[in-house]
Design a protein around this ligand. Structure first.
Ligand code: 6R9
Length: 669
């Protein structure tokens, strides 16, 4: 595979917007300023957004990685929904397309900026009339339908903090998030439809609410929308599961509400949203993002990385952005919703799955909506590659200008396929590295500017200072692998873990004082390209979704036959990493395929189908040190079938267990 660093690649997107006609020298100059004088750099950019009250020029950036205490654009008041909608309507972009939702069966639901503003305002009025106010946490558990984006923006409009929970989670997982957020308001939909299959979202939410109540958090109001307003089952009083007094029909209320709603003036550091993500230990953490810094960072990263001219050039811009992510993940927040809308761009969202009704569905959508910038995950590409080139070649992809990936490292095979078959060897691929915590993209090529290095996310975005550190805190030399950290604050970074600032400090700022620890390994080459080398902690990346191995272990432990388990990630052809579980059973329990199926079911029930184990390896012994610590490094080697480089096993209490486990290794199904 020709993916080495001597092979320089430089592709200009078709019809560049001039923004990026900047060239590498200009990028370097801007980058230097953004690092040397972040306040000047971001202060200037911040002023291109609309404010109800301008921020204080002396308080653009406050960064303290020790407390930690991070603040941006202090003194300013703004509202992100105003910047996404009203601002563009006022500038004459009201009739421009804002968002187009494509349903599972190909139904199309288009919204112009004026229409979206009216719908958001109606929904915001319904929430406000129900007593939802600034600072309240509202849980959104919905399929990929317009009302999801509308509800997020409606929350932002009235200052409520949205917490979007992926609709594929189990009732228990939804309950965890409702409880942690102390959220008494939920917005949901009757059902979701993906790949021709109906997901009973309302009933998952109903069960989640029962569990939440047992844990002391009462949900007092559930706004129920039908799947698409027009299509799907309608939310009705008297239906199974309908709780009178608690459940209300959002569609009816919104239709009757005024399409005008005054946005709340939010302080720059007022919370905007919570998004739960997995860490290496404990329950998922509520990553908190605040108003102004997130807004500016999401907006600017979108503009530069997808080569959009921004609001002032939006009227003449024919770009159509298709991000395949679900809004339940950070990518759907920043690059399906906020980033594109902040720029006056046209965002396409898709309800279904890439292989339904045929494996050319993404390409069909690109052809149908004349998509110009396409953003997806390596796992999706791998799952489509197995169907060959034909489904791609059958469609007209000539509208495409920029291709992007996110979520996990892109392997050379997938990169090459994406570049040659989808991009006809002509388009730049932006391999974007970032995290839920970072709010927006951190390391990425800029199309037309950066020389592409397949396998490398290449260069830091403006304001981002990547630093690779050795375990002892020493800065690594060029090409030396170590912990990827970020050396200074950027506007889009998370501000805390909801309700647990100490966990925030401990997780991200304690290992290397003065640095934000990403949890990823990486190296930086002589030319400053960053090469991401995967997680250094017990987080695994399954089809681009983050999972803590501890979460899966705790789910397995819920089964009465399980005494102990150890979960590791192992290479998986499509998912990137698969979930490999070593399970020790109680005396008297017998290993069987039925028990394997039951354990898988336990995990699905506890977390959701995305956490379903790929292999369950029953064993009465695990490789432990004399002090009783399970050596995960060794389990990872066993799971991968990697007998060669077992490394040092001398600290094991009994090293013969390694050979026995290797013999009984389970292959992924
Ligand atoms: C946006 C998102 C974050 C973790 C991150 C890293 C992995 C994301 C990547 C990548 C290599 C890329 N990751 N993008 N690894 N190359 N381009 O995915 O957020 O769900 O929080 O996951 O995903 O390990 O630490 P999130």
């Amino acid at each position: 595979m020709e993916v080495h660093s001597h092979e320089h690649r430089h592709f200009m997107p078709k019809r560049p917007h001039g923004l990026l006609g900047l060239g590498e020298a200009k990028y370097k100059e801007m980058y230097q300023e953004s690092i040397n004088d972040p306040a000047a750099f971001w202060g200037r950019i911040g002023k291109t957004y609309d404010w109800f009250k301008p921020f204080d020029d002396n308080k653009v950036a406050h960064s303290d990685f020790h407390t930690p205490d991070i603040r941006w654009f202090e003194g300013g008041q703004t509202n992100i929904s105003y910047n996404c909608l009203d601002r563009h309507v006022a500038a004459g972009l009201g009739d421009r397309p804002a968002a187009t939702f494509e349903g599972d069966e190909g139904e199309v639901f288009p919204f112009t900026y004026s229409e979206l503003l009216a719908r958001v305002s109606q929904t915001a009025n319904v929430l406000r009339d129900a007593g939802v106010s600034k600072g309240d946490r509202v849980t959104l558990c919905m399929p990929m339908i317009p009302q999801l984006m509308i509800s997020m923006l409606a929350c932002a409009r009235i200052g409520a903090v949205h917490s979007v929970v992926f609709a594929g989670f189990s009732a228990d997982a939804v309950a965890d998030r409702i409880v942690d957020a102390g959220s008494s308001i939920v917005i949901t939909a009757t059902e979701g439809v993906r790949g021709g299959k109906t997901v009973p979202i309302k009933s998952i939410v109903d069960n989640a609410i029962i569990v939440a109540e047992q844990r002391g958090v009462n949900v007092t109001r559930v706004f129920v929308t039908s799947r698409n307003g027009q299509a799907g089952v309608e939310a009705r009083e008297g239906e199974e599961g309908w709780v009178s007094g608690r459940d209300v029909n959002m569609d009816a209320l919104a239709a009757a509400a005024s399409p005008e709603c005054e946005p709340v003036a939010m302080d720059a550091e007022d919370p905007l949203f919570l998004l739960y993500t997995s860490g290496s230990t404990g329950k998922p953490k509520g990553v908190l993002h605040t108003t102004a810094g997130y807004m500016v960072y999401a907006g600017e990263t979108f503009k530069y990385i997808f080569d959009h001219p921004g609001p002032s050039g939006a009227a003449e811009c024919s770009d159509v952005h298709f991000c395949t992510a679900d809004v339940g993940w950070i990518t759907g927040h920043s690059y399906l919703t906020y980033g594109p809308l902040l720029n006056g761009a046209h965002s396409v969202a898709f309800e279904g799955v890439p292989t339904y009704p045929h494996p050319g569905r993404f390409w069909e959508i690109i052809q149908k909506h004349k998509v110009t910038t396409f953003y997806t995950a390596p796992t999706a590409l791998r799952s489509l590659m197995v169907h060959g080139d034909e489904p791609v070649l059958k469609h007209d992809l000539s509208s495409l200008r920029v291709l992007g990936t996110v979520g996990e490292p892109i392997n050379p095979e997938a990169w090459t396929w994406y570049h040659s078959v989808v991009g006809k060897k002509q388009l730049p691929i932006v391999d974007t590295w970032w995290q839920t915590e970072t709010g927006g993209v951190m390391i990425t090529p800029l199309p037309g500017v950066t020389t592409l290095m397949p396998g490398s996310a290449t260069k830091p975005f403006f304001g981002v200072k990547p630093v690779v550190l050795h375990q002892d805190g020493e800065v690594a030399e060029a090409n030396e692998a170590g912990h990827l950290t970020i050396g200074q604050a950027w506007p889009g970074m998370m501000r805390t873990i909801f309700g647990d600032h100490e966990r925030f400090r401990e997780t991200y700022f304690s290992q290397f004082p003065g640095h934000y620890t990403t949890g990823d390994g990486g190296r930086i080459d002589e030319e400053g390209n960053v090469w991401i080398m995967g997680r250094m902690d017990d987080v695994i990346n399954v089809s681009g979704h983050r999972l803590g191995t501890a979460e899966v272990e705790s789910a397995l432990g819920e089964h009465h036959d399980v005494v102990e388990s150890a979960v590791v990630g192992a290479p998986h052809a499509i998912k990137g990493e698969g979930i490999y579980c070593f399970v020790t059973l109680r005396a008297g329990a017998t290993p069987s395929d039925e028990l394997r199926a039951a354990l898988k079911q336990t995990v699905r029930k506890s977390i959701g189908p995305i956490a379903s184990p790929d292999a369950i390896h029953f064993t009465q012994e695990l490789p432990k040190t004399r002090s009783g610590k399970i050596m995960r490094r060794i389990l990872r080697k066993i799971a991968a079938g990697d007998e060669e480089e077992m490394g040092d096993t001398s600290t094991l209490a009994d090293s013969s267990v390694v050979g026995r486990l290797m013999k009984s290794r389970q292959a992924f199904a």
